[in-house]
Design a protein around this ligand. Structure first.
Ligand code: ASP
Length: 502
């Protein structure tokens, strides 16, 4: 008997990139953007000559680069625009739906244990890499940095430092406790306007905890309002994400063209050759540590505690990882991370809305690892040997500051200053007078590129936390991508109902 065959849907030709899956489109944008950016950087160095034709071409290229940067910045601004309403509404709804202190306590307990555990492992990996590779050692008797060179570096560093402090959102970077000053904001509107996520998390948790305690009609009104804000923000986020391939591509071109030409221009500084060489080893130590964490430690945690296949998780999180790579900002990537975890992984909205905003602010494995390697690298440049107690101090301060560091580009530089200052004090108490901060100027040369890599690790670890917490709260059925969104939607409806007390 003849059976009727299903007609096979014609495959779209490969060159129709707009028909590709979303994560492949973003990946293509990153690769093409990187290639164009690097070629641009090379050409801009080559064309800087005395000839008028060269300067005209350079001026035109500069103008074009500014337009490309503007498009990238608009994409970044659009993502940041939705972060505040998204964090407050999703976290408040999630806490409200957890049904009082017991549910909230369990989810918070598991999340915080994961955050501390994974960041501690990251710092220890960083410490091991920097002690084994020893990027700051000259190999001879003379240390690579001395007072003269430090004075010169500190002069370069002043301008950068004020730029870093104003952009990092950590206004006072001068002491360890300063980074926690933002935990309780005195003015909620100021916290929102400054994207002080640590403060907004406190506000959202309080709203979530106390809304169910209002008189029932008021409680219902509040929940409906927050739910509406949340749904509206998600719709806007969806629309913004459609432009991600263009936004991400433009950000890649602008970042690599700018940073690349700065790095290539360095090759005239022959006297710094030895320092630059050790800087290369420093970057290698950071990258090796990050790779170890993201491809060995985190998948092992996912496999053991989340009981999922890590390969599927990488595929599900690819768009968020690529966005983090191109924006260098966990905060700006948060809307994409939430979408990937809910839609592709299939974690409930209740869990994702709780763990991810918290993770984007508090859980920074890549940053913690980087801080540790960077601080130890500077110490090695000065030819100083640290005792075990000193190294313990570095580990603790790196761990604590990574919690307070904002999820914005280059934010960890402020934390590195804090670690170096703590070490200065520790060494001074033993009669070793040194100002380690001067060495930070060197790190700035590679910081932006390494920032891209560590931000990927930061958001990937947040996504692993979400899966592990979801599993511990009894969720199942991850990565069934066609049903993933349905699962998320069903649980989201349930949680909204629960929050309403139905
Ligand atoms: N750029 C990182 C982030 O947003 C923070 C840092 O390490 O500077 O996660």
């Amino acid at each position: 008997m003849m059976t009727q065959r299903e007609p096979i849907a014609p495959r779209a030709p490969i060159w129709k990139v707009w028909r590709w899956k979303f994560h492949w489109q973003v990946l293509l944008a990153v690769v093409v953007g990187a290639v164009i950016g690097l070629v641009w950087a090379r050409l801009s160095v080559v064309l800087q000559g005395p000839d008028w034709r060269d300067s005209t071409i350079t001026a035109i290229a500069d103008y074009k680069l500014r337009v490309i940067k503007l498009i990238g910045d608009l994409f970044l601004a659009a993502l940041k625009m939705v972060v505040v309403p998204l964090v407050v509404s999703s976290l408040a709804l999630s806490v409200a739906s957890l049904g009082g202190r017991a549910g909230f306590g369990k989810m918070a307990g598991i999340s915080i244990s994961y955050f501390l555990g994974s960041s501690l492992i990251a710092v220890l990996i960083g410490l091991t890499c920097v002690n084994v590779i020893r990027p700051g050692n000259s190999g001879g008797d003379e240390p690579l940095l001395n007072t003269e060179r430090v004075a010169q570096l500190e002069a370069d560093f002043q301008a950068e430092r004020s730029k870093v402090q104003s952009s990092s959102g950590t206004a006072s970077g001068s002491d360890l406790l300063g980074v926690f000053r933002h935990l309780v904001p005195s003015n909620p509107f100021q916290a929102a306007s400054e994207t002080n996520l640590l403060g907004l998390i406190t506000i959202a948790v309080l709203i979530g905890l106390f809304t169910p305690k209002l008189a029932s009609h008021h409680s219902q009104l509040m929940i409906d309002f927050i739910q509406a804000v949340h749904d509206l923000t998600m719709l806007i986020t969806d629309a913004i994400l459609k432009t991600a391939p263009i936004g991400v591509g433009c950000l890649m071109i602008a970042t690599l063209a700018e940073q690349g030409s700065r790095l290539l221009a360095q090759d005239k500084a022959d006297s710094l050759l030895l320092l630059l060489q050790s800087l290369g080893w420093f970057a290698a130590a950071v990258v090796f540590g990050l790779l170890l964490h993201v491809f060995v430690v985190l998948p092992t945690l996912l496999f053991i505690f989340g009981r999922v296949n890590p390969i599927k998780h990488y595929r599900a999180m690819l768009p968020a990882m690529l966005t983090a790579f191109s924006t260098s900002s966990s905060n700006a990537t948060l809307p994409v991370t939430i979408e990937c975890v809910e839609q592709n992984v299939g974690v409930s909205r209740r869990t994702a809305s709780f763990v991810l905003p918290l993770g984007a602010t508090v859980n920074m494995d890549g940053t913690a690892l980087y801080e540790c390697v960077a601080a130890m690298f500077v110490v090695q440049l000065f030819g100083i040997e640290l005792s075990l107690a000193d190294q313990f101090l570095v580990v603790m301060v790196a761990l604590l500051t990574s919690v307070g560091v904002a999820g914005v580009p280059s934010a960890s530089l402020v934390a590195i200053i804090i670690i170096l200052q703590s070490l200065d004090k520790q060494l001074a108490s033993r009669g070793v007078e040194v100002s380690l901060q001067g060495g930070l100027a060197l790190i700035l040369i590679f910081d932006r590129v390494l920032d891209m890599a560590r931000t990927v690790v930061n958001i990937f670890s947040d996504s692993c936390a979400t899966v592990i917490v979801a599993r511990s709260m009894g969720e199942e059925g991850f990565y069934e991508s066609s049903t993933g969104s349905e699962v998320a939607a069903t649980i989201a409806t349930e949680s909204a109902d629960e929050a309403r007390g139905e």
